[in-house]
Design a binder for this molecule. Structure first.
Ligand code: AMP
Ligand code: MG
Length: 408
């Protein structure tokens, strides 16, 4: 049986980034750049005014003061989008709006608030440094400057810079399509009143939501009963996706057909079972280049395994340089007691918060693998290594931070 670390590295060894393709800016939020992205233009493209005011020659204002204002002749108006008709000479000024190109001759802009606001003549009462309230051509971005590194996820700020820099399309890795299959005779749709012995299918919603939260594209499939033929048929149609994630039927129960059906389909088993709690019977197969995750049905185990194993794989396939959540160390407030001699790694759901420059974690409550309420408030997973059966109150634990810790 593999340890969680071995299992994850086996998974990552088998998956590769899907090739990049050009996509328009409006479709790239959250995707990873498939190459370094460099500016195609200088920004700003021309020297322009940073204020609404008057473009002037600072040499005219050297002697300006409250007692002896300097009077300049106003040549006209220049709005953003206009181009200057001529130069500004000594003794002259041009009314200029923010973003309008700086006319030849002018070397600064006086904000309108600091003037008498005239349209024919304007008076100025203090000297001005050359270059003030001016944005120089290229002062923000240079042609060829790297804006985004390959493997970086694209955020709104990146997209704004790419637009200003003249890239209408960029080369990004695609969203991975993930077929999500839930299996079990007992499952009914959330909208149904479960009959005797039946339960609502939580996993289809939980796992699809996780996949979407990771920036991939979940494709929910119709629920699969514990029946070989239907499972086979659904798996075959799920092959159109880039990745398959199934829940349930992966253990050693009489109706656990997932392993057999995947292997009948020709998938190569990379491993089955990970020494971890909750959720030991995770299986991982490859069918050609297609990874298939067989995940146990207990909703908490399922979500935890999607988080720990499927997420890094999806991120690698989507070309992200950074595959893992931030790791931190916290004091586990009330401590924890497990089984003596348990050869498994235990994942505990915790609420992490920062306090006094350190991190603290408290258990979310009962930790059973079917206790969905433990997922409602968790923002981190505490990882207790194999062989550790006790953490003293306030003792250290390693956290995988699935969200930002609370701040207190
Ligand atoms: P299995 O992995 O199929 O043995 O299922 C383990 C437990 O998880 C059983 O109690 C199932 O009823 C439950 N379970 C399986 N699939 C789901 C699901 N999609 N939603 C909620 N519970 C499930
Ligand atoms: Mg089952």
């Amino acid at each position: 049986m593999l340890t969680p670390v071995e299992a994850l590295s086996a998974i990552l060894d088998h998956v590769a980034a899907l090739p990049g393709a050009p996509r328009p800016l409006q479709d790239i939020l959250g995707l990873a750049a498939a190459q370094d992205l460099r500016s195609l233009a200088q920004v700003p493209p021309f020297t322009n005014s940073a204020m609404d005011g008057y473009a002037v020659c600072t040499g005219d204002l050297v002697s300006a003061s409250r007692a002896h204002p300097v009077r300049l002749r106003v040549l006209g108006d220049l709005a953003a989008g206009d181009v200057p008709k001529g130069a500004v000479g000594s003794g002259e000024a041009l009314r200029i709006m923010t973003g309008a190109p700086l006319p030849e001759g002018a070397d600064a802009v006086v904000p309108v608030e600091d003037t008498t606001r005239g349209t024919d003549w304007v008076e100025l009462r203090k000297p001005l440094r050359p270059g003030i309230h001016i944005r120089l051509a290229g002062e923000d971005l240079q042609v060829g400057q790297r804006l985004v590194q390959a493997g970086q996820g694209l955020r709104p700020g990146d997209i704004g810079a790419l637009a200003a820099a003249g890239l209408p399309t960029v080369n990004v890795h695609p969203r991975v399509r993930v077929a999500v299959l839930t299996t079990g005779d007992e499952l009914v749709d959330v909208s149904e009143e479960p009959g005797p012995g039946r339960i609502r299918d939580a996993n289809i919603h939980a796992v699809c939501a996780q996949v979407a939260a990771y920036g991939a594209l979940p494709v929910p499939y119709p629920r699969v009963p514990d029946d070989r033929a239907t499972l086979m048929q659904t798996l075959k149609s799920a092959l159109e996706a880039d990745v398959i994630v199934t829940t349930g039927g992966i253990s050693v129960g009489d109706y656990d057909f997932m392993k057999d059906m995947l292997e009948a389909l020709g998938a190569e088993r990379i491993f089955w079972k990970v020494a971890q709690k909750p959720g030991g019977p995770l299986g991982f197969w490859m069918l050609g280049h297609k990874p298939i995750f067989g995940i146990p049905g207990n909703p908490v185990a399922a979500m935890l395994m999607v988080e720990e194993y499927v997420r890094p794989a999806l991120r690698k396939m989507m070309g992200f340089a950074k595959l893992h959540r931030p790791v931190g160390e916290a004091k586990l407030e009330a401590g924890w007691t497990g089984k003596v001699g348990d050869p498994r790694t235990t994942f505990l759901r915790v609420v992490a918060r920062r306090e006094d420059g350190g991190m603290h974690a408290r258990l979310t409550g009962p930790q059973g693998s079917a206790i969905l309420s433990s997922m409602l408030v968790a923002n981190a997973l505490a990882v207790i290594p194999e062989g550790v059966d006790r953490v003293a109150p306030g003792g250290p634990v390693v956290l995988h931070l699935t969200e930002e810790p609370e701040d207190h």
